[in-house]
Design a protein around this ligand. Structure first.
Ligand code: PMP
Length: 322
């Protein structure tokens, strides 16, 4: 779907996947006016296909657009575009289990020009790709690197938007994490470098027995849809679920004194991933037993059962395609 100043959204079309031809002076290539989303379509037990909370993705896409001086795509168009692509690619929706059809809606400036200003022409597209189970060999805890040198986002910056620049800025820290033998980066706040924000592509939860806590939305971390869903699912299961502030010192101390029983990350791709060990320039510890915890696995099953249609959709989160 195209957007042009004065004309709005127009020319929606469903076309076979193919490379785009880009002008060297395309504004996105220079000024990174680009946003995206990620969501999954799961085959349901009755053979239908459904996406999980696409309205929430549409809403976050609009919030990202506002932050990046881009036009807002109406939620019904966002969802209709996803639905049309899934209907076309229905044969590619995997049959069962945790496998899904991953959808990547995105928008970028399609105008050509070298002056720095918001563009007047944009292109919204959705691509789809089958995604296997994230942990085909069973859930495996990840090791994380606390990034004390780099920050992902600052107050007033673009941290709460799902925009390419955030990910570009995080790559060097991801490489640093890998060089220390870690799977993922954990970002800290930009002012004191001690408050836990989120992981490279996932939000974090801290399990204190039957109380689970996730870092509050400070404006510099992404408001994850999985994070939000788990606040509700955890309460449904009888846990206390809340937003709060957790520092690196809290994490280390509470793990040592045994009150912090489990830590996990959550996001569309992996659903829930246990955190098994933590490293930084100054510290190195095993989280809990280092193995997937009971609460982590219980929440993971509850969310996946809901997404794959094995439990009742009591919150009206599933969007069926018929
Ligand atoms: N934080 C970041 C930086 C992410 O890229 C993602 C993935 N979209 C998340 C958190 C988790 O968000 P969600 O649960 O909506 O996938």
């Amino acid at each position: 779907i195209k957007w042009t100043e004065g004309r709005g959204w127009h020319d929606a079309e469903l076309v076979p996947y193919a490379p785009l031809s880009i002008d060297p002076a395309n504004m996105t290539l220079h000024y990174a006016q680009t946003i995206f989303e990620g969501l999954k379509a799961y085959k349901q037990p009755d053979g239908t296909v459904a996406t999980f909370r696409p309205e929430a993705n549409a809403e976050r896409f609009q919030a990202s657009a506002r932050r990046m001086a881009m036009p807002e795509l109406p939620a019904d168009l966002f969802i209709a575009a996803c639905d049309a692509l899934i209907a076309q690619d229905r044969a590619w929706v995997p049959d069962s289990g945790e496998a899904s059809l991953y959808l990547r809606p995105f928008m970028f400036a399609s105008e050509v020009g070298l002056g720095v200003r918001p563009a007047n022409e944009f292109l919204f597209m959705v691509i789809a790709s089958p995604a296997g189970a994230y942990f085909p060999g069973g859930v495996k805890p990840v090791s994380v690197w606390l990034s004390e040198e780099y920050v992902r986002a600052v107050k007033g910056g673009t941290g709460a938007a799902k925009t390419g620049g955030n990910y570009a800025a995080s790559l060097v820290a991801q490489a640093q994490a890998a060089s220390h033998g870690c799977d993922q980066v954990v970002w800290l706040d930009a002012v004191e470098h001690r408050w836990i924000e989120e992981m490279g592509g996932m939000n974090l939860y801290f399990v204190y027995g039957d109380r689970i806590v996730t870092p509050e939305l400070t404006g510099s971390l992404l408001p994850g849809i999985t994070r939000d869903s788990l606040l509700t699912i955890a309460r449904d299961l009888g846990y206390t679920a809340e937003e709060g502030r957790i520092s690196t010192e809290d994490w280390k101390r509470d793990n040592e004194n045994g009150t912090l029983t489990e830590v996990f990350a959550c996001g569309t791709a992996a659903v829930i991933t246990p955190v098994g060990s933590v490293k930084s320039e100054r510290a190195n510890w095993t989280q809990g037993t280092g193995e997937p915890g009971e609460v982590t696995m219980k929440l993971r099953k509850a969310l996946l059962d809901l997404q794959t249609g094995h439990t009742a959709d009591t919150h009206g989160w599933m969007h069926p395609l018929g």
